[in-house]
Design a protein around this ligand. Structure first.
Ligand SMILES: C[S@@+](CC[C@H](N)C(=O)[O-])C[C@H]1O[C@@H](n2cnc3c(N)ncnc32)[C@H](O)[C@@H]1O
Length: 293
């Protein structure tokens, strides 16, 4: 362990482990001890606390409710990028959106689409979804489009709402998307820190909210046609995962599609879904809700 960082006893690590799993569903296996120390030692420094035991007491004492949120902000891993796992976006464009469009053309559904990006991190995922939606259903098509993007971490939500990304990050976008959805604000004097902002038309259809997926029941968000919950449950243990997936399926429209991360298997929930592609699911017909007919 790095000499400059304070150490943590096994007993205190176990207490943090319980607290973090209870609060956020995130299970830090013993090998994650150094990760915890690395990520939380800054909080000890800022609060001038002498040890992890003292920090834990401070967090659970409730004198500063925001510190719980800050602790979780430090623990969350927020790696993401635009159009991550392209097979999911190809499925959305080639299968999901055409199925909604033809159902609407036949009068079987309204021209309205609601999408949930759960565990959206700094916004690349929900904005990628919104780009595809707007290209498929441009404003003149008359579709009402909305993306609810949620995360546990307030830090990433603040960043996501700004819709500002580095030039380097923006290079992940296909050319056509970049041309349509990026506003360049190049500051000539400092090329390296150049950033771009996403256009208002895109930002207008994405709404960010703090939702803790480990706290069931979820807030009343309504039904969604597409639910993305990718690379969020990797640190959840099986009972938590099962609870979260059951909750996500509850929010999914009967003709909707659920996208999970590639490392996130559906455990023993397979009977509740039909598999349509790599970690792409629909509700199984048996489980379709009676109230929808
Ligand atoms: C690795 S990022 C994945 C981002 C995006 N979905 C993707 O696939 O690129 C995981 C995100 O899940 C969030 N997260 C972790 N635990 C959560 C929880 N209990 N409720 C909501 N979000 C959570 C983290 O804050 C982080 O932003």
């Amino acid at each position: 362990m790095n000499d400059l960082l304070p150490s943590i006893s096994d007993r205190d690590f176990a207490r943090f482990q319980r607290l973090i799993e209870d609060e956020a569903g995130i299970f830090l296996a013993p090998v994650k001890k150094e990760l915890l120390v690395g990520r939380l030692s800054k909080r000890l420094r800022i609060l001038a606390l002498p040890s992890f035991a003292a920090y834990l007491e401070y967090v659970v004492s409730g004198v500063d409710e925001e510190e719980r949120v800050r602790m979780l902000d430090c623990i969350c891993t927020n790696e993401t990028h635009f159009f991550r796992e392209p097979a999911h976006f190809a499925f959305m464009k080639d299968v999901a959106l055409p199925s909604f469009a033809s159902a609407a053309a036949n009068g079987q559904r309204p021209r309205r689409l609601r999408v949930w990006s759960a565990g959206c991190s700094t916004g690349e995922e929900p904005y990628s979804i919104a780009m595809l939606l707007l290209r498929y259903f441009p404003p003149q098509s008359g579709w009402d489009l909305s993306v609810i993007a949620s995360d546990l971490s307030t830090r990433v939500l603040t960043q996501a709402r700004q819709a500002r990304y580095s030039e380097e990050r923006a290079r992940e976008l296909p050319d056509a998307m970049a041309r349509q959805f990026i506003k360049r604000e190049r500051r000539e004097e400092d090329e390296r820190n150049a950033t771009v902002t996403l256009v208002p038309a895109l930002r207008d259809i994405v709404e960010f909210r703090r939702v803790n997926l480990a706290a069931v029941p979820f807030p009343a968000l309504g039904r969604f046609d597409l639910v993305f919950c990718r690379n969020v449950m990797i640190y959840f243990r099986p009972p938590t995962k099962q609870r979260v997936v059951t909750g996500l399926l509850e929010q999914l429209a009967d003709d909707g599609y659920l996208f999970l991360g590639h490392a996130e298997s559906l455990l023993n929930l397979r009977s509740a879904v039909r598999t349509l592609g790599p970690t792409i699911y629909a509700r199984s017909r048996v489980h379709a809700r009676e109230d929808s007919h």
